[in-house]
Design a protein around this ligand. Structure first.
Ligand code: IPT
Length: 964
């Protein structure tokens, strides 16, 4: 006997069907009713995981099914992040599909989660009207049964789907069954650079729909900046009235009314509370009047060109994945506002709708992006790309409509984005045409088609400074339509690991050329997964067969939302007030860089610093400048320096004058420093003489090994000999390949052997007033080297080291660092005068403020998820630690850690780093820039550390400050 089974009649055919689904209601605006009841179905659900889509029949959906043996999961949530590994694991890929590319087919191994929830209706659930069951997000495909009736199936993971269920509900014992498949045809449209995380990851809600209740409605609220009037019209499926008490508005739906209003902007997010009243329901409205237009080749809101100081935001929580609660969403918005960010691109899908409410409320410009990416087809030259295949167009249009209809009443949204990295094709054009037709009050964005045939903006990702400048000067050519359009970088400054470098240089271009209307840093948060052994896990840590490592950790905040140095740098770079001056004439120049607001919400303070310490401070009166205006503001009479020969400077800060919704009074918005008198260079008159004492040479407070010339002690403090050091644990950016040049710095450095330099001792010369140690520092197998001379002098109390470096041979690569490394034991407390409080590198140093700072050694470390070079403090005049005071001539980069660079380099997670006895101290004359070539351009040439002759000095003495 022979038999054959085929899948053609399978009950799970819908999984591989390109259509968006069946049974769901048409999309509509997402709103919370004032009076209609709702019932949350979030909470604990029964759960059964199967290895394939068709392993189980649908009997579980019927009443009376015994699920006692099932596990439980929390909804909303991803099952792979629950059950301690019993329910599979996350997979991280950037571009690649983690399954064979054969659309619309998906693997037989298709983790499928059956979810069951039995519920009673609340006792006050009305008996009249209907009910709607809403799913706000399920990845990637679900079939739903209520009380045994199959009510439909859907795809479109980050979009809302509603079903009419009133006729099926009973007062008690309702059985809601949801079968979720990890892979479906929809997965081909959801190839975003993120973890693949199946599950019912957003809310499930039962909404009562009263008779005569509101249906869908569209709030049109424009602003005419010439007359200061707003026009409101609410188009509603169900007739009713629109009330806005503060504006004395009481009009019928569909009727326009024009009144004097305050406009909405991201800077002044004026919302008017209103209500839509239908026969059976009242729905609260939050109305923001603003007009978005493409005018004179610029994106204008309320008649003014705006500048995006934006970030790309994925939804992320280290324990809960893309399930975010309201307080986490609010935390994102507050952090953004407090760091001067004014815009968000919801990369790469519509966020939870509550996030958009927060953007309306606190003020952020939003590019709302559709849940669409087909990046993996790029691997096959875009063959079979769903966006260029008519069979898929209904699914694309469904996604566009679900985004626009759900989110259309948010004033914060100024652009609809078709999706990300999906190549080009007719499906995208169809989406753009539909969106333009449905909503003419916003602009359309898409980056993947540089001809801009469907879009209202020329958008690119990771364009270099050079190219951005060409575009800014209209020298980039391109198709006619594109030449007429403004330019934004929907992604730039890849914030992976240490960096991004070069932000200030981009900002200068954006502020110089009108056509450049800013950009969105990639990205907001590191998607590290909290892990018991690894701290935070990234790609590969779950044994994935394909993965993209820590490329998923590339945010301005760490997984726990602690701001990284990159965010602090971004805050400074985009500050809305510029404070500059040279101090010589006793004035500072203050410029208002807001697009709409004057400076009346800010108070200004001055502080006068002597050697980094504030000796006097006070209020500074600054006129309430209009946007774009500048004023020279007189500083007070400089207080006399405390003692002769001190370095003095002004620091001027702009602070919130009163509490705002997003930060308290006193929050610092912007600052500037103005040097007055320069630092006296530390000098040591060589009076001491090197003296031989057994196997030691002594000089002033120091002793050296007589044979090697290695420093041993200073004033009795043991010092592991300072030696030339050129290596740093490569950053994610060092490991990246520059897009244009193809250069990969860490590969070049390792090929040359800079991580294994050898030190050859040539001579130890005890002279009249100096001990001179001559060496050659070079890697095996290479003819290049660095002739290095250490010259020690002393005045009896202080010890000066002058290092002279002469490159030999032909150096074709920049050096990672150039300085000395030494070891100290018993060091913990660190005090310094220089840049701080955080780390800074040549192209990430704007946020570094010169002053007196304190830390512990551990506090100097920046916890990048993948360990790498970090923690350098710039412009350091002197530092005290481990009982020593070290002064620089000139200023230097300082860093200290409880592990060596080699250990840092070898570590893959923070938990690999274990503290040793020695604190390794780096005193660097120079460090190579950081750049952003983990995705994009490298450091600009002016930030390269070239192998060139160099001389630099440090003066060591015993300090009187405590070491611990
Ligand atoms: C770009 C993607 O749009 C984004 O999702 C992310 O992957 C980013 O790169 C890198 O982290 S696409 C890339 C080809 C530039």
């Amino acid at each position: 006997m022979s038999f054959r089974t085929t899948r053609t009649t399978s009950a799970v055919d819908y999984v591989e069907d390109v259509s968006p689904g069946s049974g769901a209601l048409p999309p509509r605006a997402w709103y919370a009713s004032s009076d209609a009841t709702s019932y949350s179905l979030n909470g604990s659900w029964r759960f059964r995981l199967s290895a394939t889509a068709d392993a189980q029949d649908d009997s579980f959906a019927g009443e009376g099914y015994d699920c006692a043996s099932w596990a439980e999961v929390t909804v909303p949530g991803h099952w792979v992040l629950q059950g301690d590994g019993a329910f599979g694991a996350p997979i991280y890929t950037n571009v690649l599909y983690p399954f064979p590319v054969d659309p619309p087919h998906v693997p037989t191994e298709n983790p499928t989660g059956d979810h069951l929830r039995v519920f009673d209706l609340p006792s006050d659930w009305p008996s009249d009207g209907g009910a709607v069951l809403r799913f706000d997000g399920v990845e990637s495909c679900a079939r739903v049964w209520l009380n045994g009736t199959d009510i439909g199936e859907f795809k479109g993971s980050r979009l809302a789907h509603e079903f009419a269920v009133g006729h099926l509900l009973k007062p008690s014992g309702n059985v809601l069954a949801v079968r979720v498949h990890q892979w479906s045809a929809g997965s081909y449209l959801e190839d975003q650079d993120q973890w693949w995380l199946p599950g019912i990851f957003r809310d499930v809600t039962l909404l009562h729909r009263p008779a005569g209740g509101a249906g869908d409605f569209f709030v049109h609220a424009s602003y005419d900046h010439t007359g200061g009037e707003g026009t409101l019209r609410v188009d509603s499926d169900v007739d009713g009235r629109v009330l806005v008490p503060a504006l004395d508005i009481d009009v019928a739906t569909g009727e326009a009314v024009t009144v004097a209003v305050e406009p909405w902007s991201a800077e002044s997010p004026r919302l008017y509370d209103g209500e839509l009243v239908t026969e059976g329901e009242r729905v609260p409205l939050r109305i923001g009047f603003r007009t978005v237009a493409l005018e004179d080749g610029l994106i204008k809101v309320n008649g003014k060109a705006i500048l995006f100081k934006g970030v790309n935001r994925h939804e992320w929580h280290p324990e809960r994945g893309r399930t975010l609660d309201l307080s986490t969403m609010r935390e994102d918005v507050l952090l953004m506002k407090r760091h001067n960010i004014n815009a968000v691109r919801t990369s790469h899908y519509p966020p939870h709708p509550a996030f958009l409410d927060l953007c309306d409320e606190y003020g952020l410009w939003v590019i709302d992006e559709c849940d669409l990416e087909t990046h993996g087809f790029g691997e096959q030259q875009w063959r079979d790309n769903p966006v260029d295949d008519d069979r898929w167009t209904p699914a694309l249009l469904d996604r566009a409509a679900r985004m626009v209809e759900r989110d259309k009443n948010h004033p914060s949204i100024v652009f609809w984005s078709l999706g990300n990295e999906a190549g080009t094709g007719r499906g995208l054009t169809a989406m753009a045409e539909w969106i333009h037709g449905r909503d003419s009050s916003r602009l359309v964005h898409y980056e993947g088609d540089w001809s801009c045939r469907d879009t209202d903006v020329y958008s690119r990702m990771y364009a270099s400074h050079e190219e951005a400048e060409q575009i800014g000067k209209d020298l980039d050519g391109g198709p006619h339509k594109r030449r007429e359009l403004p330019f934004i970088q929907c992604e730039y400054a890849h914030a992976m690991g240490n960096g991004p470098g070069g932000l200030a240089d981009y900002q200068e271009l954006f502020e110089t050329h009108d056509r450049l209307q800013g950009g969105f840093v990639w990205e907001w948060i590191d998607h590290g997964v909290a892990h018991p052994e690894l701290g935070y896990a990234y790609g590969g840590d779950f044994g994935e067969e394909l993965h993209d490592g820590n490329f998923v950790c590339d945010g301005l905040v760490f997984p726990d939302r602690t701001p990284s140095p990159g965010l602090l740098e971004f805050k400074k770079v985009i500050e809305p007030v510029r404070i500059q001056g040279d101090g010589a004439d006793g004035t500072v120049r203050v410029t208002n860089a807001y697009d709409f607001a004057d400076l009346s919400a800010l108070a200004f303070e001055w502080a006068y610093q002597v050697d980094g310490e504030t000796v006097e401070a006070g209020a500074l009166s600054v006129p309430p400048l209009a946007p774009g205006e500048s004023a020279e503001v007189k500083l007070p009479q400089a207080p006399a320096p405390a003692r002769g020969g001190s370095e003095t400077a002004w620091t001027v800060r702009a602070l919130l004058a009163a509490d705002t919704a997003w930060a308290p009074k006193g929050h610092i918005v912007a600052w500037g420093q103005v040097p007055v008198t320069a630092r006296p260079v530390p000098s040591v008159s060589p009076t001491g003489r090197p003296a031989l004492d057994g196997d030691r040479i002594t000089l002033g407070p120091a002793s050296f090994d007589a044979r090697t010339g290695a420093l041993r002690t200073i004033g009795g403090i043991a010092v592991e000999n300072p030696r030339l050091d050129v290596w740093r644990a490569p950053t994610d950016n060092d490991d990246g390949t520059e897009w244009k040049s193809g250069i990969n710095y860490s590969a070049l450095w390792r090929a040359l052997g800079l991580h294994r330099m050898r030190h050859r001792l040539d001579s130890v010369e005890a002279g009249e007033d100096a001990l001179t140690v001559r060496t050659r520092v070079a890697p095996a197998a290479q003819e290049v080297g660095l002739g290095t001379v250490y010259r020690w002098t002393s005045d009896g109390e202080r010890l000066r080291l002058t290092v002279s470096v002469s490159p030999e041979g032909e150096w074709k690569v920049p050096l990672p660092r150039l300085g000395v490394r030494l070891g100290l034991t018993g060091a913990d407390r660190v005090t310094w005068f220089g840049g701080g409080p955080g780390e800074a590198y040549p192209d990430t140093r704007l946020a570094s403020m010169v002053g007196r700072w304190e830390s512990t050694v551990d506090g100097l470390q920046t916890p990048y998820v993948r360990p790498q070079e970090n923690g350098a403090r710039a412009d350091v005049r002197w530092v005290e630690l481990g009982g020593l005071r070290i002064e620089g001539d000139p200023e230097f980069f300082f860093g200290a850690r409880r592990w060596t660079t080699e250990q840092l380099d070898a570590a893959t997670h923070r938990t690999d780093l274990t503290a040793g006895e020695t604190v390794w101290v780096h005193l660097d004359h120079g460090v190579h820039g950081v750049g952003t070539q983990s995705c994009g351009p490298g450091p600009l040439p002016r930030y390269h550390l070239l192998a060139e002759p160099a001389e630099f000095s440090f003066v060591f003495s015993v300090s009187d400050s405590p070491t611990q």
